[in-house]
Write a protein that binds this ligand. Structure first.
Ligand SMILES: *Cc1c(COP(=O)(O)O)cnc(C)c1O
Length: 220
């Protein structure tokens, strides 16, 4: 492993942690390791960091089962879209899923739970920008969907996640997500990426999702 990369990653993580402390944030830093060279991921693991996120089931399945043998206390979260036919496999790979974005996926989890599978904590992805091409529950559907998941399907839903529209000020969407979560009494918020995480902090995220800010640019 090149020592320089490990030092860069350590410095980046330290800088993020310093800001979190200064802002009195209790956010968990999820290192988004998608498409990053393994040596960078291993560098962060060897520094003691244990919270990671991926956006693809297949890539996670190739990477993490081996790393978990070496680092059994690692937590890997899913932050990308999940196909219904991969839901069962996802249960074997992830400690939390941030992208519950539709009733059919919730119903799939409920049926897997009935078959005896353990379901990890789930966050509902909200399409706050109401973008037609983007996944997520519409803001006006959050309340009914939360009730459906928690009461009818008995799923462990405990928060909301957002990916703001690129062209908007992210702050508006972070504030909106916080308002929605308070309304439906969900404690956890997943928001803030490399470009906007500092703007998310005033709205008290439980998880910030940092890829390039920690690892550097994704190659290729
Ligand atoms: C890739 C990704 C991130 C991290 O993006 P960076 O800009 O590299 O920090 C965060 N959240 C989701 C949902 C992603 O797909």
């Amino acid at each position: 492993m090149t020592q320089d990369i490990a030092l860069d990653i350590q410095e980046s993580l330290d800088q993020v942690k310093t800001v979190l402390n200064t802002q009195r944030s209790e956010a968990t830093v999820l290192a988004v390791s998608k498409r990053q060279p393994l040596e960078r991921v291993e560098a962060l693991l060897s520094l003691g960091h244990r919270y990671f996120a991926e956006n693809q089931v297949q890539e996670t399945a190739q990477k993490w089962p081996t790393l978990r043998q070496q680092y059994p206390d690692v937590a890997v979260h899913l932050v990308g879209p999940l196909q219904t036919n991969k839901a069962k496999q996802a249960l074997t790979l992830y400690d939390r899923i941030h992208t519950l974005d539709r009733p059919s996926l919730a119903e799939k989890f409920a049926s897997l739970a009935e078959q005896g599978h353990a379901i990890p904590p789930l966050l509902i992805q909200v399409n706050t920008g109401e973008e037609p091409q983007k996944a997520g529950v519409l803001p006006q559907e959050v309340s009914d969907f939360t009730t459906y998941c928690q009461k009818d399907l008995k799923l462990p839903v405990d928060g909301l996640m957002v990916l703001p529209p690129q062209e908007d000020l992210p702050t508006v969407h972070f504030a909106f997500l916080q308002t929605l979560a308070r309304r439906v009494q969900l404690p956890h918020l997943s928001m803030g990426m490399s470009g906007d995480w500092q703007q998310a902090l005033p709205f008290q995220p439980s998880f910030i999702r940092l890829g390039t800010a920690l690892f550097g640019a994704r190659p290729g």
